[in-house]
Write a new protein. Sequence first.
Length: 173
Amino acid sequence: MNAEELLEQITIWCDELRTLLQQQTAPLEDLGRRLLQITQQLRKNIEVRDTAFAPDFNSYVKALRNTLDQIDPVWAALRAQVRQTPDKDWGGQLALAAKGFNSRAKALSRACDDWTAAYDRFCKQYKNFTAAKLNVWLLTSCYNDLTGLTGKILFLAREIARKTGQNREPSYD
């Protein structure tokens, strides 16, 4: 795969990951709201009406973990291919596409920030909640993987943009 095709592939996968994060944020926020309501009911000694919360949460986290387990090897392979591509192959003609990828990586980072905010709100509510057995450790594992992968993608985008910028021919207007 040449540098142009590789850049096209990583851009597509970056968009896929951003879309995934955007789709996963709303359910996590909903789970956080439900947990808040449950903790308030427990504090007031009111019978908890949301009996499906624990299975819903655990299935959400399990599905997210499975999805991340499928995405991680793809990104590892793409990052390895980028590292193996010689600097001279990142020609100046790819500068615009590299800037586009950099822009999409920043959008991915913003989507990750939104998901992280929902995660933080959930964890704040979960802090003293022991009424149900939840796989919060799995959610934390997903959080660590998502933030780590997003950071790696941002670094990759900056490196590609730097390499293509260095290989641009100067224009003499």
